[in-house]
Design a protein around this ligand. Structure first.
Ligand SMILES: *[C@@H]1O[C@H](CO)[C@@H](O)[C@H](O)[C@H]1NC(C)=O
Ligand SMILES: CC(=O)N[C@H]1CO[C@H](CO)[C@@H](O)[C@@H]1O
Length: 343
């Protein structure tokens, strides 16, 4: 299964792009076809997840934080007044900010009509790069410095942040994965301090997005540990980004809780889907829907969750279970419509 996905990924990769990363990037700069570059990066990303999550399940046997939270609030009779005012505060916080929590992870450039995604709860998008779509989307664009290979793109684009009305910046893409930005925390902290730290105070700086991998192996390192080392090397950020692929929505929520407990900062889930990267059965349609419904409602009401982006607004899912697809035939799927409209 691993090698099959990898092979499929590599085949697709060479067929669609017919070139190395650097060729594609250079090609994009010359011909302004940057969506191909993004697609390739998210794609590259996916096949890496294939190796990425072997040691995840064994480390996550604790109970569901979601269910224990709801039990606590609904059954503690003696704490009624405090828990209801806490709940009211949470509701107020979420109703003022939930409209902008939902985001689009958008690798399509202008090839698909992004305006179809704007009349609902989605407030922002990113493209795995500092390149926004050309069309006016009405969504806030969060520029990302994907990694070392995008530094020249970043330098080319950063003069436009102010005119775009930029509010948030996203750090490196999965630096703890060998198939992705693949950086040592110390090197990453240097690059961060050279290219991104100068914007602190001006924009919300969202950390590099590590995967939820736990434990180390030849293909990657524990994501939380990586980010702690990044901090210890002098990099400072205002919020934490993370990527999570799981088959049980409770595990998504547990990991978000763990990230928040560790860093005590707002959290952005910038890629997630109902996906088995352990090589076995994939989520059924109902499991995908359950993950979508449970996670979005939980994140919308959790005040320290500031943003999320489901992986799937693309025609080619590139190795991720197609049940997660938000976009097909240039229009939102049923799941995509739910993602746009649920409140
Ligand atoms: C995911 O794959 C693993 C490994 O084959 C398997 O044990 C597990 O049951 C699968 N998960 C689901 C939800 O099917
Ligand atoms: C493969 C790999 O481990 N990639 C990076 C992820 O994080 C580690 C450890 O922090 C780095 O050494 C790697 O370069």
């Amino acid at each position: 299964m691993h090698s099959k996905i990898l092979l499929a990924a590599l085949t697709l990769f060479s067929v669609t792009l017919a070139g190395s990363h650097d060729t594609v990037m250079a090609d994009r700069r010359r011909h302004h076809v940057h969506k191909r570059c993004h697609k390739r990066q998210s794609h590259h990303h996916d096949h890496d997840h294939d190796h990425g999550h072997n040691d995840w399940h064994q480390d996550h046997n604790s109970g569901s934080s979601a269910s224990s939270t709801s039990v606590a609030t609904s059954t503690t009779a003696s704490a009624t007044s405090t828990s209801s005012s806490a709940a009211a505060a949470t509701t107020t916080a979420s109703s003022t900010s939930s409209s902008s929590k939902a985001g689009l992870a958008w690798p399509n450039g202008d090839a698909n009509d992004i305006s179809q995604w704007t009349n609902g709860k989605i407030g922002w998008y990113y493209t795995w790069s500092p390149w926004p779509v050309d069309s006016a989307s009405g969504l806030d664009f969060y520029p990302q410095l994907w990694g070392q290979k995008q530094v020249s793109d970043w330098q080319q684009q950063k003069g436009k942040f102010a005119e775009w009305g930029t509010t948030h910046i996203l750090g490196f893409n999965e630096p703890n994965e060998s198939g992705q930005a693949n950086m040592q925390p110390a090197d990453a902290a240097s690059l961060w301090n050279e290219q991104i730290a100068q914007y602190q105070g001006q924009y919300t700086l969202i950390s590099p997005a590590c995967t939820s991998r736990t434990g180390d192996s030849s293909s990657g390192t524990d994501g939380i540990k990586w980010l702690q080392e990044f901090q210890q090397n002098g990099a400072s950020f205002d919020a934490v980004a993370v990527h999570i692929y799981e088959t049980d929505y409770n595990k998504v929520i547990e990991y978000l809780q763990k990230v928040h407990d560790t860093f005590q900062l707002p959290v952005y889930l910038t890629e997630y889907a109902c996906q088995n990267f352990s090589g076995g059965d994939q989520c059924s349609e109902s499991e995908v829907w359950q993950m979508m419904q449970k996670t979005t409602s939980w994140m919308d009401s959790q005040e320290w969750m500031h943003g999320y982006a489901w992986f799937g607004a693309m025609e080619q899912m590139q190795g991720v279970n197609i049940m997660n697809q938000l976009l097909s035939s240039d229009a939102p799927t049923g799941l995509g419509s739910y993602y746009i409209q649920s409140a």
